[in-house]
Design a protein. Sequence first.
Length: 204
Amino acid sequence: MHVITDPPILYFGTPVVLISTLNPDGSPNLAPMSSAWWLGHRCLLGLAGSSKTTENLRRTGECVLNLPSEDEAEHVDRIARTTGSDPIPASKRRRGYVHVADKFAEAGLTAVPSDLVGPPRAAECPVQMEARLVEAHPFSGFAFALEVNVERVHVCEQLLAAPDRIDPDAWRPLIMSFQQFYGLADGRVRHSRLGEIPEALYRV
């Protein structure tokens, strides 16, 4: 039996991505998000126009897409309600975000140099993809669909089934579904701070 409903958000479950970019002063920014999908070596990132990550990526054209596994859930949650923007955008202020300048330190993650782009990689993430912006598509009047091309992929050896193939049996992505953290096993991985925000505050 189906009924008609109108959820404020439609996060049915997508992998968490930690995007690193460079601020105007050259310091790194790190932001968790989960509106991303891949086709070939292209990736589409859905980000608010007021986001520091959006601002940095549009300005520099470079980023790193760090993919945390289930094991990094705590690190992601530490910066889940933080922003690199100062002043804090009104939409994030309503949701209880705070400004944090050093997101790598706040998350307890290690910044390591990238090979082809300026932003650093998060050493603890099993997958790190260096990428460059192809195009920024305005989306819904308040956001951007940022199309990036992945130019280099760094993967933990334990995840490889062959030199050029990821072993899906070994990869355990961190999934966000309706603001909560999940893995591929039953049940939540851990409590999510984002899950404390009423979903109604996301309605546009």
